[in-house]
Write a protein of this length. Structure first.
Length: 226
């Protein structure tokens, strides 16, 4: 009996004085919902698409504390994930008010036209503004059955946004989207949700259709960046 006690004590002593092994860094488990979709097809809107049932459409009354360019800007909110896809629509050929830096260094209002080349260039420039925090920026061409085409941008590293895109029919309609989270950007912790919502974003793009009715071109608010 004494031998068993001594043996047990020796085992406990060795266990208590062993070299500690740190546990690997981990994150809370995220339960992902079952994928199901519903239609966004609101009257007077120039587009329709399918979006997840676990998301909510919020009409965008402000964009970085400024007014949207037209009433067709919306947000696709994901309350469960504290995430949001910002969707901004622009009618190609419409007029817009931009801020232009003059020789005196002061910005002045300038009325311009939303040409396709300008809108595409702006979409690339807005994505590239995240280059300082990004480890990489990749771009992939996309098309859907309705003749819509554009690009998806994948931003690597701890940038504020992981995925952005723009799509257009090259004649009248232009739509830009960007996925953001109400949380500090962390590539590792946000990866599962980013990948999950990226599939939803692709479904929205693949089901996007333009309507015949097009909003009348109008003067816009000053240009905004995100």
């Amino acid at each position: 009996m004494r031998i068993l006690v001594l043996a047990a004590s020796a085992v406990l002593f060795c266990a208590c004085n062993g070299v500690p092994i740190p546990k690997p860094k981990g994150y809370f488990r995220i339960d992902l919902p079952e994928r199901k979709y519903q239609s966004f097809d609101e009257a007077n809107y120039p587009y329709r698409f399918e979006y997840p049932v676990y998301a909510a459409i919020i009409h965008d009354s402000s964009y970085f504390e400024e007014s949207p360019e037209n009433p067709y800007w919306i947000n696709v909110d994901f309350p469960q994930f504290h995430g949001r896809i910002y969707l901004s629509y622009i009618n190609i050929g419409s007029h817009a008010l931009y801020k232009v830096k003059g020789p005196d260094g002061v910005y002045h209002d300038s009325l311009g036209v939303n040409t396709l080349d300008k809108l595409v260039g702006d979409a690339f420039n807005l994505t590239n503004r995240h280059a300082e925090k990004a480890s990489s920026i990749d771009q992939y061409p996309i098309t859907n059955h309705a003749g819509t085409s554009g690009f998806i941008f994948e931003v690597g590293g701890n940038a504020a946004t992981r995925y952005q895109f723009f799509v257009t029919d090259s004649a009248r309609h232009f739509l830009r989207g960007a996925l953001y989270f109400d949380a500090p950007p962390n590539e590792d912790s946000l990866r599962p949700v980013n990948q999950f919502l990226f599939e939803d974003m692709k479904h929205m793009i693949s089901t996007l259709e333009w309507k015949t009715a097009v909003p009348e071109p109008k003067t816009a608010a000053p240009e905004r960046a995100k």
